[in-house]
Design a protein around this ligand. Sequence first.
Ligand SMILES: Cc1cc2nc3c(=O)[nH]c(=O)nc-3n(C[C@H](O)[C@H](O)[C@H](O)COP(=O)(O)OP(=O)(O)OC[C@H]3O[C@@H](n4cnc5c(N)ncnc54)[C@H](O)[C@@H]3O)c2cc1C
Length: 416
Amino acid sequence: MQVAGFALIPLDISDFPTRHNRGLALTQNHIERILAAWVEELGVPIYRGREVTSFIQEDAGVDVTVSDGSSLRAQYLVGCDGGRSLIRKQAGIAFAGWDPSVSYLIAEADMAEEPVWGVRLGEKGINALAKFDGTRVRMVLIEPHVVHGDEPTLGELRAALSAVYGTDFGVHNVTWLSRFSDMARQAESYRERRVLLAGDAAHVHSPAGGQGLNIGVQDAVNLGWKLAQVIQGTSPESLLDTYQSERHPIGARVLKNTLAQTALARGDERTRALHERFTELLQLDEPRKRYAGMMSGLDVSYDLGVGHPLLGRRMPDLDLVTEGGSRRVFSLLHDARPVLINLAEPGALDSAPWANRLQHVDARYAGAWELPVLGVVASPSAVLIRPDGYVAWVGDGTDQGLRAALTTWFGAPGLL
Ligand SMILES: Cc1cc2nc3c(=O)[nH]c(=O)nc-3n(C[C@H](O)[C@H](O)[C@H](O)COP(=O)(O)OP(=O)(O)OC[C@H]3O[C@@H](n4cnc5c(N)ncnc54)[C@H](O)[C@@H]3O)c2cc1C
């Protein structure tokens, strides 16, 4: 359904040029289950029930100590260990930003009395009580004062209910109780030599707009193939610097938009008036598209130099015609290898020196090239797509710049 929104102002993306022009509600336990199954399919071991307790960085690798007393040797260590990341702290990476202005309780429970269902606006934002599974209640409540720490008590839940509704509705049988806030912090660096950070370890912010998991997964997808190439020796270590230069600005932008959303969610009359004006503004086509592009993450673009608007942007999932039949562009990305799509005469481009690490596809495409937010762009004669789905080079009828782009992103020719 259409769930993209800014400060709870709905943003319709049904006219976006993407196959998935809507939100898909998939709870995080399912996302984790699906990703874990995929990791297993790739034969990568997962050591469950063991925590990293410390690590030592050396010139050639990282020695990682885990809670059962054993140790692991790695060439690189990626801290995906959440907002309180031990990896980030031990690497000495600063986590700069803004302290929380509001803290929330989120809970699932029974109530002896019928509560007031739906949304109730408070001074600092929104409270909500929703029916779940027939009789159970799921709730999000603003706490009377900002509280730190992630182990709230039943007493605190009762106090928050009473502060908002004047009664705790006889809340009992609490099966889930947690706390979150609008604290916004970002790692100053996503890399410290052989240690890298991704996901909440690199950035935390208010859940407004549901962006955290999304950008965390994008971090990992941006980093994965680069790290693989460095480990395999096809690319120099400097390729990892582009992880910072590409992903840090995206995280910084998300932090700022969550600060703005928290401010706009306040319940005083002046802020409500501002929210109403903003709602009007976001009904206009151009602002709606811009904000929907930002909130859905479909407008992400990396600064890969000047040139065609496709450069540094997410490749559209076009239906190509190839010698072997019709192919969707995204199906070509399933192997997580770079793809060169030549849309001119077959054989017009020479990528032979990179043949061992590149898929070269001769194809035809007659339709329009339309990008989210930007609209229709000039049809290119060829595109080079990175394994993360972003365009690294655009052909203008010649192969000018192709060798340089191949070398920059996928290493010098014939190395492996
Ligand atoms: C109320 C709420 C609603 C949200 N809604 C959305 C939404 O709709 N859409 C969205 O995109 N995002 C949403 N988010 C944000 C999203 O939940 C987070 O951004 C996401 O969970 C971050 O994933 P992560 O893997 O980086 O970190 P985490 O989910 O925190 O996972 C870190 C993992 O590392 C493990 N770990 C920690 N320390 C160690 C250690 N020393 N050794 C080994 N393992 C360790 C932990 O056990 C945990 O499994 C929401 C957040 C909140 C609070």
